[in-house]
Design a protein around this ligand. Structure first.
Ligand code: GLU
Length: 390
């Protein structure tokens, strides 16, 4: 059969996180007993005040187009969030709202990368970063991190990767899929490197900011290095923090030219994010925030349980993630038996647990577990993993 796939689409692979999660859902619908730890999605219900705001929006007819980058109240709520939660003070003209953090990232990269330009991406990376860069025609420059460094790179390692074609550094802290968190002193030294390379822009993906186990308040580059803010776009949202994945709302703050460029592209891709979801996200940002601490402590307890159970299974090991709700598990000692991590993932799926192989994240010989699932499911999944590998 003749197909008509573009050169741009041919450069990329489907998202493994969504593909495996969809497969697990399909198997479950067919009656299989599968526990899915493949997606980063909090199991908590979306907060009641958020649901109420969505209902009010429906009942009052807020069911029409809105401005492409979000309504004025939505942009004000996003600006409030950036100032209050991330310490980034920006006027509403430097804020835009999209259908999820992923869309903001897509638009920022596709709007700026020209053929052959380079993006430095710390690996293991979140699945979509390299694919979006490649889709845009850019080159991916991996910055390989290791579990012994808690998957963090240093300023020196960054500088060694910067070349004349470097356009972007993609930074995700706390990070998916490793939980790596860059404290203020590390970010300041990255800022020193960036000052020597004025062409390099930074995408700071702070979507996991409230899920930080270090006890420190969240550190982010645009706040710590305001002199660099003109070349930093910070991504955030409500999906992970407020358990609102299905609402699809992402927010971005950055230089005005880039925000306008993102909105120009969005005007031709999706148009405005859902009007109902915007009403819900305003309630999320403007309403009570105290439950976030309680949720974080629940994630912390799950993290501790998962890390300890994994490290008790022969052949598996993981460092303790400082943030987000993922563990990047090393399974290198088992590779002789399985061949590669995709085979290992298939065996675990056969035993009723869906995880994503490390190779999906530019890593190798391991897998990512999301511990955003309920405690009893996590416990059962870990029993199954141990039994399957015994
Ligand atoms: N960001 C989440 C994850 O990594 C959701 C799925 C996706 O968009 O990749 O599991």
């Amino acid at each position: 059969m003749t197909t008509h796939i573009s050169t741009a689409l041919s450069r990329i692979a489907p998202s493994q996180t969504t593909a495996i999660t969809d497969r697990a859902t399909q198997l479950r619908e067919e009656g299989a007993d599968i526990i899915s730890l493949s997606v980063g999605e909090p199991d908590f219900a979306s907060p009641p005040h958020v649901l109420e705001a969505a209902k009010v929006a429906l009942d009052t007819g807020q069911t029409k187009y809105t401005p492409v980058g979000g309504t004025a109240p939505m942009k004000r709520a996003a600006a409030l969030h950036f100032a209050r939660d991330l310490g980034i003070e920006v006027p509403v003209s430097q804020v835009t709202v999209s259908s999820g953090g992923k869309q903001s990232i897509f638009h920022a990269l596709v709007a700026t990368i020209s053929e052959g330009e380079e993006a430095i991406i710390p690996s293991p990376w979140w699945v979509s970063y390299p694919e979006i860069v490649r889709f845009a025609g850019g080159q991916v420059v991996p910055l390989v991190t290791s579990p012994k460094d808690n998957f963090r790179f240093t300023a020196g390692q960054l500088e060694a990767q910067i070349g004349p074609r470097t356009q972007w550094l993609l930074l995700n802290s706390p990070g998916n899929p490793t939980g790596a968190y860059y404290p203020a002193d590390m970010l300041r030294s990255l800022g020193d490197v960036l000052r020597r390379h004025p062409r390099v822009m930074v995408m700071s993906d702070d979507i996991y900011a409230p899920i930080n186990y270090t006890g420190e308040s969240h550190a982010t580059l645009a706040n710590l290095c305001p002199d660099l803010a003109e070349r930093i776009v910070t991504i955030s949202g409500v999906s992970k923090s407020h358990a609102m994945t299905g609402f699809r709302i992402g927010v971005a703050a950055g230089p005005e030219w880039l925000i306008r460029a993102m909105e120009k592209l969005q005007s031709h891709s999706s148009g405005n994010p859902s009007s109902i979801s915007q009403a819900a996200a305003i309630a999320a940002f403007e309403g009570p925030q105290d439950f976030l601490e309680e949720w974080r402590e629940r994630f912390r307890a799950r993290r501790d349980m998962v890390v300890s159970a994994i490290n008790d299974i022969p052949g598996l090991s993981t460092p303790v993630p400082d943030g987000a709700f993922y563990c990047m598990v090393d399974a290198a000692p088992l590779m002789e038996r399985f061949g590669d991590d995709k085979q290992l993932a298939l065996q675990l799926l056969d035993h009723g647990v869906a995880i994503v192989p490390a190779s999906g994240f530019g890593g190798r010989d391991g897998f990512r577990i999301s511990f955003a699932a309920a405690e009893d499911k996590l416990e059962e999944a870990l029993r199954r993993i141990a039994a399957s590998l015994a």
